[in-house]
Design a protein. Structure first.
Length: 131
């Protein structure tokens, strides 16, 4: 025909059915585990932001927290999450900032280490609401 129809590429159904946050997680996780070498520097910040939006969806909605970017989201969550957790998230915010040069070198080991810290923290029991 005249190339006016859609084409579906072959892929695993497990990957096809993932939501965007899960796809981002596995891209970062597989980078950490050296299953690919596509650098994830720019995706770390996006993952933190989207993870927090899902994790704290009720608190964000109830308090009408500004979620236009990670910085404003964290400022709004300061009254919701424990201080030590907030401090750690602020550190990740700084580390993954485009203005920060810690992750701008080509050293993938630095990126792997930072990504591992972020994933471990977000997926542990460390993120707690204030009592």
């Amino acid at each position: 025909k005249q190339s006016q129809s859609s084409i579906l590429e072959d892929c695993k159904k497990e990957v096809f059915c993932l939501d965007n946050l899960s796809k981002l997680f596995f891209e970062i996780y597989n980078f950490i585990n050296r299953k690919h070498t596509n650098c994830v520097k720019t995706k770390l910040r996006l993952y933190i932001e989207n993870f927090l939006k899902v994790r704290f969806i009720q608190q964000i909605s109830d308090r009408q927290i500004d979620q236009r970017n990670l910085d404003t989201l964290l400022k709004g969550l300061e009254v919701v999450i424990e201080d030590d957790c907030y401090k750690r998230l602020r550190e990740f915010n700084t580390k993954t900032s485009p203005d920060n040069h810690q992750l701008t070198s080509d050293n993938s080991e630095n990126t792997i280490q930072c990504a591992q810290e972020i994933i471990d923290f977000l997926h542990s029991d460390s993120i707690k609401l204030k009592s």
